[in-house]
Design a protein around this ligand. Structure first.
Ligand SMILES: Cc1cc2nc3c(=O)[nH]c(=O)nc-3n(C[C@H](O)[C@H](O)[C@H](O)COP(=O)(O)OP(=O)(O)OC[C@H]3O[C@@H](n4cnc5c(N)ncnc54)[C@H](O)[C@@H]3O)c2cc1C
Length: 380
């Protein structure tokens, strides 16, 4: 049996293990952390990601543990609606079976990990280097493992990628995100709607994860992440004081210790994702800004396509080239669109912000629909 090693048990690594097992392979996942402990926040899984999860036969379990969102809306802080998308309409038009799902990251990870036999997942195995010529993985505990194929699914700061392409590093994208979870009565406007509110230099989004838990994210434009220090929830709520209710209330109700601060980064476009029998997947290959909520869905799509390519062509350069050819253009296009959405949202100049708002408000619905559907439409 071929030895396939996956580095990283995030969404991408776990989905890849499931997809490979569906094709009869027996991969092992090596995870640096001593326990499965995802970032304590929510995540939106877009319909194309749900399609991939369907292929892995876990969509129903995700739906049972999350909330289906029928609508996405972007508003200004004074209540003007910039875009409103009926997701049922989009998914029906392009023939997808699922809508946008909101779920706690821990729930998502549990659904994926619980489908794998215990011996597939090796915790406390931090990869420190990969030799692509052999290929061999070196671990922080001093051990090394040879494999027929190594898949680097170790996230935006990937060690596997650094071993292959040492000159590539993530770049700061111009804003800092805070994320929070709060037990609260769900505001009526967040019932099955994903909402985002824009005000110059600041953005706030929120959606329900279940009957009593809300997830929110607050984004602050900053030329350097050092200008947005660690804040308490009271300090953060003060930054968002001009936002309508329930924004300041949601922030204030969040425990300081649970706030997650993340400077947003993205990867430059890579010329190649592979060297020898080592390839990259998910954020390790194409980390993008979260503006279109596509990062996890792209990792899920990668997983399906990589497993299919290996099943079809065996562990070979041809299989890795086929995977890359099928995935690279799509992920690069979505990365660029996500960056553009971020740049538009980051506009601080009042006149430019007004122009942007007008463009959003009066852009032909068909244009916006076409853009959205090109992202969501996926042939898996
Ligand atoms: C603020 C914010 C909000 C976001 N919101 C969304 C959203 O709503 N929807 C969405 O789809 N995406 C969202 N994303 C993006 C999404 O989180 C990522 O795209 C997704 O998690 C990528 O999955 P991954 O498996 O490639 O990497 P990761 O989730 O980063 O997993 C990498 C795994 O590798 C492990 N690892 C790292 N280094 C090593 C090593 N050396 N050895 C062994 N193991 C290692 C890590 O511990 C981790 O378990 C958001 C991102 C941010 C920053």
């Amino acid at each position: 049996m071929s030895r396939i090693a996956i580095i990283g048990s995030g969404i991408g690594g776990l989905c890849t293990a499931l997809a490979l097992r569906d094709h009869g392979f027996d991969p092992v996942v090596y995870e640096a952390a001593d326990e499965l402990r995802p970032v304590g926040s929510g995540i939106g899984i877009t319909p194309n990601g749900m399609q991939a999860l369907d292929r892995l036969d876990v969509a129903a379990a995700i739906i049972a543990r999350g909330v289906t969102l029928d609508q996405m809306e972007i508003r200004t802080a004074n209540g003007q609606t910039l875009t409103s998308m009926d997701l049922n309409d989009h998914t029906a038009r392009i023939g997808l079976d699922h809508n946008l799902m909101a779920i706690h990251r821990a729930e998502l990870q549990a659904v994926l990990a619980n489908r794998l036999p215990a011996e597939v997942l090796q915790l406390g195995r931090e990869c420190i280097d990969v030799n692509a010529d052999q290929p061999v993985i070196h671990f922080a505990d001093g051990t090394e493992i040879s494999a027929d194929l190594i898949i680097g699914a170790d996230g935006v700061n990937s060690t596997v990628r650094a071993s292959l392409f040492p000159n590539i590093s993530p770049q700061y994208a111009g804003d800092v995100a805070y994320r929070g979870l709060v037990e609260t009565t769900i505001p009526t406007d967040a019932d099955r709607i994903g909402l985002e509110i824009w005000r110059r230099g600041l953005r706030f989004g929120y959606f329900a994860l279940n009957d009593e838990q809300m997830y929110w994210f607050a984004i602050i434009v900053a030329s350097s992440p050092t200008t947005v220090p660690e804040m308490t929830s009271a300090e953060l709520a003060d930054r968002f004081r001009e936002f309508p209710s329930p924004v300041p209330e949601l922030i204030t109700a969040t425990d300081d210790e649970t706030l997650i601060r993340t400077p947003i980064t993205e990867l430059p476009l890579l010329n190649q994702w592979r060297r020898g029998h080592v390839t990259l997947l998910g954020d390790a290959a194409h980390a993008m800004t979260p503006n279109l909520a596509q990062g996890s869905s792209q990792a899920m799509e990668d997983a399906i396509v990589l497993a299919e390519s290996i099943a079809e062509h065996g562990i070979s350069h041809h299989a890795l080239a086929t995977y890359e050819n099928r995935r690279k253009d799509r992920t690069e296009s979505i990365l660029r669109q996500s960056r553009l959405q971020g740049r538009l949202a980051q506009i601080e100049h009042p006149v430019l912000a007004r122009v942007r708002n007008l463009v959003f408000e009066y852009a032909p619905a068909s244009l916006l629909r076409k853009q959205m559907e090109s992202i969501l439409a996926v042939d898996l």
